[in-house]
Design a protein. Structure first.
Length: 87
């Protein structure tokens, strides 16, 4: 399963949707994911990919990890995995 497929599956599960219903330009809000759901999604992503996402739930805008859309979340995870592989 690709990173994209895994992230979409995690987000879909949190949003109580089928993965096919999650589009790359969807935002957590348009998918019905509240702040608690977003934190749970981040935890699931960290566990699935064995990474640490630099995300502050109390101030999401202060992080350089962009959670604005599904696509930006996927891009961020791919960047974190690449950075971890070169360390």
């Amino acid at each position: 399963m690709s990173v994209k497929e895994q992230v979409i599956a995690i987000i879909a599960e949190q949003a109580l949707l089928e993965p096919a219903d999650v589009k790359l330009d969807d935002t957590p809000q348009t998918l019905g994911i509240d702040s608690l759901g977003l934190v749970e999604s981040i935890f699931a992503i960290e566990e699935a990919f064995d990474i640490t996402v630099p995300f502050n739930a109390n101030d999401p805008s202060s992080s350089d990890f962009d959670i604005s859309t599904v696509a930006t979340i996927i891009d961020g995870i791919e960047r974190l995995r690449k950075d971890a592989a070169t360390t």
